[in-house]
Design a protein around this ligand. Structure first.
Ligand code: HEM
Ligand code: HEM
Length: 161
C-alpha cells in the first residue's frame, strides 16, 4: 500500500503527463525565446557595432526600430504563451516538487525582464536609460541558457525513477 502510494505521488507516474507541455505550446515557447533573443541581439549589433557618425553626431541604425517592433510584438505574444503555463505546467510541477529551483529561476528572470522592459518604456529618463538597458539585455542574454538548463534538469528529474 505504501509503495503504491509512493508511486502514485511520484512525478514520474501519472502526474508527469500533466505538466509536460503539449507539442504546440513547447514549440511556440522555443520560437518565442529564440525570437526575443534574436530581435534583442539584432538591436545590440545595430546599436553598438553598426552605428555610423552622421552630420549631427551618431545616427540611429535603420535596423534598430524594426528589431524593437518585432521584440514588442513578441512580448505581447509572451503574455499569452507564458500565462498559459501557470495552471498547467507551473502549479502542477511545483506541487509535485519537481524542478522547483530552475523553475523559480525562470520566473525570476522573466519577471526581471518584464520590470526592466517596462522601465525602458515608461520610467527611464535620459540619465537612467543606459542602466535599464544594460540590466535588461544582460538578463535577456541569460534567458535562453537558463531555459536550456531548466529543460535539461526537468527532464532528468522526471526520469530518475
Ligand atoms: C519576456 C521577456 C522580455 C520582455 C518582457 C522584454 C521587454 C522589452 C521592452 C518592453 C523593451 C523596450 C522596447 C523599446 O524600447 O522599444 C525591450 C527592449 C530590449 N530588449 Fe527585451 N524583453 C524580453 C526579452 C529580451 C531578451 C531575451 C533579450 C536578449 C538579448 C532582450 C533584449 C532587449 C534589447 C537589446 C532591447 C533594447 C534596449 C534599449 O532600447 O536600450 N529582451 N525589451
Ligand atoms: C516554478 C516553476 C516551474 C516548475 C516547477 C517547472 C518544472 C518543470 C519540469 C518538472 C519540467 C520537465 C517536464 C518533463 O520532462 O516532463 C519542465 C520542463 C519545461 N519547462 Fe518548466 N517549470 C517551471 C516554470 C517554467 C517557466 C516559467 C517556463 C517558461 C518558458 C517553463 C518552460 C518549460 C519548458 C519549455 C519545458 C520543456 C517541456 C517539455 O519537455 O515538454 N517552465 N519544467
Amino acid at each position: 500500500m505504501r509503495s503504491q502510494q509512493h508511486r502514485l505521488h511520484h512525478p514520474s507516474s501519472h502526474k508527469h503527463q500533466h505538466f509536460r507541455l503539449e507539442r504546440w505550446h513547447r514549440r511556440a515557447l522555443y520560437a518565442l525565446v529564440a525570437g526575443l533573443t534574436g530581435s534583442g541581439m539584432a538591436w545590440l549589433i545595430a546599436h553598438f557595432f553598426l552605428r555610423q557618425a552622421g552630420e549631427f553626431g551618431e545616427t540611429v541604425h535603420p535596423w534598430e526600430h524594426p528589431a524593437m517592433q518585432l521584440h514588442g510584438a513578441l512580448v505581447m505574444l509572451s503574455l499569452f504563451l507564458i500565462g498559459a503555463l501557470l495552471p498547467l505546467h507551473i502549479r502542477r510541477a511545483h506541487r509535485a516538487g519537481c524542478n522547483r529551483a530552475s523553475g523559480w529561476s525562470m520566473i525570476a528572470v522573466l519577471g526581471s525582464l518584464t520590470l526592466s522592459g517596462y522601465a525602458l518604456y515608461y520610467l527611464a529618463s535620459e540619465a537612467s536609460r543606459p542602466f535599464w538597458s544594460g540590466a535588461h539585455w544582460l538578463i535577456g542574454l541569460a534567458l535562453p541558457v537558463l531555459l536550456w538548463l531548466h529543460i535539461l534538469l526537468g527532464r532528468k528529474a522526471t526520469q530518475v525513477f
